[in-house]
Design a protein around this ligand. Structure first.
Ligand code: MN
Ligand code: ZN
Length: 490
């Protein structure tokens, strides 16, 4: 998607469509209508209709005949300016571009001067909503009547480097989200550990971060027993992907992001039911988020050192698969009894959390489609947040507020440890149904180093069961915007 900022009168932006924002409160609403009519006097009837109320969710669509095209004009409501937020602009911009319903190649969106937010924040929110809302996963469609949006132009009246930069940076963050969505949506016959590593290398080459891929031999040498155990049933070898962005001072300890990369999760011997098992192609969404984040961070040239770690494998049942009752030994020497082979994500993350310690990081955040229990608790709206360090958890909450990628903290009380005690090993990999998101995190806590640590469970938020405000059905790219915001304000 080509995205840019342009200073001009709205009609002079030569696009197939133009989107205006309209508040519901007077006198701002009337003033905005007057200004739209100055540019497009022929649409007076449409703006006099109740469709142009300015209420949240309202929209008016009309057309203007021009010499070379018929331009679509969309007016979307954003509600009362007194309570206006970036999120309302994201949603309105998305519904604005969706009104074009596959008929426009270029769309301009007019930056409202009456926005109570700083102009840069308004512009960034509009770009995010418009770009993210028009995402489509079409890689496997051989015929497609849909006209894809190719260009988004934010129209302003002020020559401002700050607004231009805000637009460009928001577009880069959206590229990271697109990358994460594409990877999450790709089917497991094409997206498996080694191909995931290739996509990470491609992203690194394009954005300018370093990518190193450890193969099975190296993983065995490192004694990553969790990753190897989960991989046992698969004919595809595991990989351990290491991504490094050195934007900060030499010697500055990095922030390490760890993403679960189970490219397909059948559950293994503790096999899942057939219904909706196909969704488990997205069990590498944490990995997709980390790759998308590194891509955006490098393209934004953020002045901070960031390392991304992705342990990747399939979880398959077969004659060689690991079994319930097995005891496995991890990279840090600890042992776990396997109670359920479908609780595999924590096993591969355990080794990655151990590996992270060699960077002496200032913080480690892992992100994973980890537990069905988290989906039951928080649905598809809010990610589960857990961790050991108050200031790190607060950073993540602030980034969540700024991006509306909601998180909710769950408690890691020691009392829950009882559920994952093993008779034969240091710990058991499943604590049963009660507090399943929490016992998963407490399992991970056994493997962290001396660094501040937080864990995001995106089992619900990684996969949209239906179209959302600016998140089409499928892989959501959740966490990219949150992580970039966290790192940008570090
Ligand atoms: Mn599983
Ligand atoms: Zn899984």
């Amino acid at each position: 998607m080509n995205v840019r900022y342009q200073v001009s009168a709205p009609p002079r932006a030569h696009t197939d469509a133009t989107v205006f924002f309209l508040p519901e409160n007077e006198p701002i609403r009337s003033a905005q209508i007057t200004s739209i009519l100055e540019h497009f006097p022929s649409i007076e009837a449409a703006l006099a209709s109740s469709d142009a109320s300015g209420k949240i969710g309202s929209s008016a669509v009309t057309y203007v005949a021009e010499r070379s095209r018929t331009r679509k004009i969309v007016v979307v409501g954003v509600g009362d300016t007194a309570t206006l937020t970036a999120e309302r602009f994201r949603r309105a911009a998305s519904s604005g571009v969706r009104m074009l319903s596959g008929t426009a190649r270029q769309c301009s969106l007019v930056l409202p001067l009456w926005s109570p937010l700083p102009a840069e924040a308004t512009a960034a929110a509009i770009v995010e909503g418009a770009v993210l809302g028009s995402y489509r996963f079409t890689r496997y469609k051989t015929s497609n009547a849909h006209t894809a949006l190719e260009q988004i132009v934010v129209i302003g009246s002020e020559r401002s480097a700050a607004i231009r930069t805000a637009v460009e940076q928001a577009a880069i963050v959206c590229e990271g989200v697109y990358l994460a969505r594409d990877l999450a949506n790709m089917p497991a016959n094409d997206l498996y550990p080694e191909s995931l590593a290739e996509y990470a290398k491609q992203a690194g080459a394009e954005a300018g971060f370093r990518v190193q891929v450890l193969d099975k031999r190296k993983i065995s040498q490192l004694k990553m027993g969790g990753l190897l155990a989960v991989n046992q049933g698969s004919t595809r070898p595991p990989v351990f992907i290491i991504m490094e962005w050195r934007g900060g001072k030499a010697g500055q300890p990095p922030v390490v992001l760890v993403g679960k990369g189970v490219t397909f999760d059948t559950g293994g011997i503790s096999i899942k039911p057939a219904e909706r098992m196909g969704e488990m192609k997205m069990d590498m969404h944490g990995a997709a988020t980390v790759i998308g984040t590194l891509y955006a961070v490098a393209k934004l040239q953020l002045p901070i050192n960031v390392v991304g770690l992705v342990p990747a494998t399939e979880n398959m049942p077969s004659g060689s698969a690991y079994r319930p009752g097995d005891v496995i030994t991890f990279m840090n020497g600890k042992t776990a009894e396997i109670d359920n082979t479908d609780a595999e994500g924590r096993l591969i993350l355990a080794d990655a959390l151990t590996y992270a310690d060699r960077y002496k990081p200032q913080a480690v955040v892992d992100i994973a489609t980890l537990t069905g229990a988290c989906v039951i608790a928080l649905g598809h709206v809010t990610s589960g947040l857990m961790g050991t360090d108050r200031s790190l958890l607060d950073r993540i909450k602030r980034a969540a507020d700024a991006t509306s990628e909601y998180v909710c903290e769950l408690p890691l009380h020691d009392e829950y440890l009882e559920q994952i005690k093993s008779d034969v090993a240091d710990v058991k990999n499943s604590g049963g149904r009660p507090a399943g998101a929490i016992t998963a995190a407490l399992f991970l806590k056994h493997f962290i180093g001396s660094y501040p640590w937080a864990h995001l469970d995106i089992a619900g938020t990684g996969m949209a069961p239906k179209d959302g405000a600016y998140t089409p059905k499928g892989g959501t790219g959740v966490g990219v915007r949150l992580f970039v915001e966290m790192l940008r304000t570090w």
